[in-house]
Write a protein that binds this ligand. Sequence first.
Ligand SMILES: Nc1ncnc2c1ncn2[C@@H]1O[C@H](COP(=O)(O)OP(=O)(O)O)[C@@H](O)[C@H]1O
Ligand SMILES: [Mg+2]
Length: 249
Amino acid sequence: MSGSVRLEGLSVSYGGTRRRNAGASGAAPVLDAIELEFASGSFTALLGPSGCGKSTVLNTVAGFVRPTAGRVTVAGTPVDGPGPDRGMVFQHYALFPWRTARGNVEFALKRLGLSRPERRRRALAALAEVGLAEGAEKHPAQLSGGMRQRVALARALAAEPEVLLMDEPFGALDALTRTRMQELLRELWQRTGTTVLFVTHDIDEALALADRVVVLGGSPGRVLADHALPAGPPDPDLRTLIARQLGSP
Ligand SMILES: Nc1ncnc2c1ncn2[C@@H]1O[C@H](COP(=O)(O)OP(=O)(O)O)[C@@H](O)[C@H]1O
Ligand SMILES: [Mg+2]
């Protein structure tokens, strides 16, 4: 229950001047009455073509975007802005270039009201967890893309969130680094029991990582399909089915 997430009739329209599908408010709906429930400790991939509203779903759970209708609850409590129970990892790591890896993680812990030594302890522990103990005193410019993304992951994990939100986090990495990061993420997830919502437009990544794949699509975005993945290697028939649902080859 502690990390359960529910989207209840979730609709989002961004205010603006776009005319297409404009409703009474003048804004085009991006998400339309989404109903989804993610069990505490589950690992779900949200898969869909670019522009279907995947990031909007995550940003609404994170509390960065407010629903136009419906609501999001985490552990039964309505989301009313960002909070330390939810950690976010973006594709572009958004690290402070003038802070070290440790400094970046410590900075993210400031809002928790921890003492300086406790922030340091937690930052070093989180960096060790992602295999970056050696790089703790390095600056982002001295780290590879994969290492920077490890810092971003450590930053999200250091606050010990119940829910980990990941928005195409490995999209900018080369294939080998990406595979390593996927393995690391699975390991961390198994160890922490965090609820993971992982956005990707890559069907193979979704199948490799998650226990459940939710296919989003359409305009406004809605749930097209919801698959529980069997244990074991990816099923080629399921891949074909999901590819068809995505409308891609
Ligand atoms: N802050 C915003 N203001 C206005 N429109 C936005 C904003 N963010 C996203 N959109 C629009 O909402 C739609 C869904 O975007 P997004 O959630 O980023 O999709 P995805 O992550 O699946 O690519 C797109 O049409 C996008 O242009
Ligand atoms: Mg996106």
